[in-house]
Write a protein of this length. Structure first.
Length: 591
């Protein structure tokens, strides 16, 4: 098969997937004949496709894994196996070695002569992975010149790279030999590499998942899972055992879920890991939650509050007593918002106590209690004990049941400021949720200071930001159909944002402060849709309107907002297009 045939097949695949049009392909092929440049490189250079699209389709055509190289995926010490000159000639760089198999990133992984040469130079079996040629040459130059900067931990790849604090002996159980499983430390190296790469990239979780033919390791960045690495087949049990050891879990128990916690020292700082093991049909799945204080934004200004919303929320927090609720789905940043609230109001004159499941971050001047259901230390029991500890401010990690709700409301009524989280879709829904738990309306109306509902939306990457015009459907969904000439911003995708167009997240907030009118509505247990209608008449923006306003201001995209913030269907039906304060006109948005 000729090189031209391969190029044509790439082009046809791009057209078939709708990445480019046939007209664009024909024009590029004509230019390619004149210049001799590779078709894929030309399309990327002209901005018609992204490097990720080209890699994905080329890899699939060749039946190989593909990746874009970055620090943490490569062991720099392996470059000496083939040398800088030979690596440049072959356009290949070793990534990592497990036993006698060497995984190598290559720009032409289908070239048998190059694979044979690599096998001859290294004495290893070669597992080729597709990567862009310029990307490979970039890392050859970096590592050949000793420029590993903050990634110098990969130069030794020893167990000390991730130092486990307060490690304890683990009963390995019968029939296991952990020393043999990690002999030569390839498993230790691999787990270290996954941990340190995830920490450096600001990931919140690492997922180690069993597959029929091996293991898949992914990490969550800005709320979305991304592939981190795919270890060679046959290593899953050893990887799981290594994670269990550092998590102080029973490596012999494979049938029941387990949880562990460990503190490690990485990148020069202490980081907590919460480890969870869950048996599946193909083996145990591990999830490691990374609790890195470096990622904890504790001041409210950093969380994305608009000035009007922040003023109301601060007013709710500074009242001497009462109940303040923060609501939203799992992973929407509720606990971080509560921590920022505690940071605002804590002082040496106040006794602040929290009850959490689990304690995620340890804070100064605050007494933190961890729930332990297995010994009967529930939220409700901890709350009752806290009330005998002379507290001024109490934070409840989550109100889950009737007893916890009742104790929290009683504490708010007896002179304490109580902060708590709840799972509801919006601010008015929190009232209905607490009432459904059996709390009397007259008690809740007297206790509640206000409710903050929130979501997290990804922010546009500043390194690849560009202008665009959203489609008519998107504008209509965002109630901006008269703004078809308005220019919005989005990210094209670059190496810094992993070709996603987004880097980091910010919050969008709906705040409901309890006024005398709202208090009367709660007292008579008014339905949620009436409370929503009342809030809109007061000019309070819904979550979706807050998000659209963030998109208008260039912080995020309309498409992202529409994915994370959904208005109540009855609300849309009743109000139609008559929004009292449309986010399309920021000057009219007042709280």
């Amino acid at each position: 098969m000729t090189q031209a045939d391969k190029k044509l097949r790439l082009g046809e695949a791009l057209v078939e997937e709708g990445v480019i049009s046939q007209e664009q392909l024909d024009r590029a092929l004509g230019e390619q004949k004149a210049t001799g440049q590779k078709l894929g490189e030309m399309l990327v250079e002209h901005g018609l496709i992204t490097g990720a699209d080209m890699l994905r389709i080329l890899g699939r055509n060749l039946g190989l894994q593909s990746c874009h190289l970055r620090h943490g995926l490569i062991d720099p010490t392996l470059l000496k196996l083939i040398g800088e000159e030979e690596a440049e000639r072959l356009a290949a760089i070793p990534m990592f070695k497990v036993h006698d198999t060497l995984t190598v990133a290559m720009s032409e992984p289908q070239s048998l002569p190059k694979i044979d040469r690599l096998r001859q130079l290294t004495g290893c079996k070669i597992r080729p992975v597709l990567a862009p040629g310029p990307n490979i040459l970039e890392f050859i130059k970096k590592y050949a010149g000793g420029n590993t900067d903050v990634d110098s931990f990969l130069a030794s790849l020893a167990d000390s790279d991730v130092e486990v604090v307060e490690s304890q002996a683990v009963d390995e159980g019968p029939g296991t030999n952990l020393d043999k499983m990690v002999e030569g430390s390839p498993i230790v190296n691999l787990v270290n590499m996954a941990l340190l790469t995830a920490i450096k990239d600001g990931a919140s979780d690492i997922h180690i998942e069993p597959e029929k033919r091996g293991t898949r390791i992914r990490y969550r960045i800005d709320g979305l899972l991304r592939d981190l690495m795919k270890p060679p087949p046959g290593l899953h049990a050893s990887i799981v055992s290594r994670v269990k050891v550092i998590g102080k879990m029973d490596i012999a128990e494979k049938r029941l879920p387990q949880e562990g916690r460990v503190r490690i020292v990485a990148e020069g700082r202490e980081i907590d890991l919460r480890v969870s093991a869950m048996p599946t049909l193909l083996g145990e799945k591990m999830v490691m939650r990374i609790l890195d204080k470096a990622n904890l934004r504790i001041t409210m200004e950093d969380l994305g509050f608009r000035p009007q919303t922040l003023t109301v929320f601060r007013r709710m927090l500074r009242r001497p007593h009462g109940l303040v609720l923060v609501t939203g789905p799992t992973g929407s940043g509720k606990t971080t918002t509560l921590y920022s609230g505690l940071e605002l109001i804590r002082s040496p004159e106040k006794n602040i106590v929290t009850v959490e499941d689990p304690v995620e971050y340890q804070l100064d001047m605050i007494n933190q209690i961890q729930v332990n259901d297995s010994i009967g230390m529930t939220f409700a029991r901890a709350l009752r004990s806290i009330l005998r500890q002379d507290p001024d401010i109490i934070m409840v990690g989550e109100i889950r049941d009737q007893e916890t709700a009742r104790v929290a409301v009683q504490a708010a009524l007896t002179g304490h400021l109580v902060l708590a989280t709840l799972h509801t879709n919006d601010a008015p829904g929190a009232v209905a949720r607490i009432l459904d738990m059996g709390t009397e309306p007259y008690l809740l109306s007297s206790a509640l200071n206000g409710v903050l509902a929130q979501r997290l939306t990804r922010t546009i990457c500043p390194h690849c930001v560009t202008k665009y015009y959203p489609s008519q459907n998107v504008l209509a969904d965002a109630a901006l159909k008269d703004n078809h000439n308005r220019v919005f911003r989005k990210g094209l995708g670059c190496q810094r944002c992993h070709n996603s167009g987004f880097l980091g997240r910010t919050g969008i907030y709906e705040v409901m402060e309890i006024s005398a009118e709202m208090q009367e509505m709660i007292h008579r247990a008014a339905p949620s849709h009436e409370m929503r209608k009342k809030l809109r008449s007061l000019g309070v923006l819904t979550l979706r309107e807050e998000g659209v306003l963030a998109a208008v201001e260039g912080k995020t995209t309309l498409e992202e907002v529409l994915c994370v913030a959904h208005d109540d269907p009855s609300e849309q039906t009743s109000t139609g297009t008559e929004a009292p304060a449309t986010p399309a006109e920021p000057q009219k948005v007042m709280i």
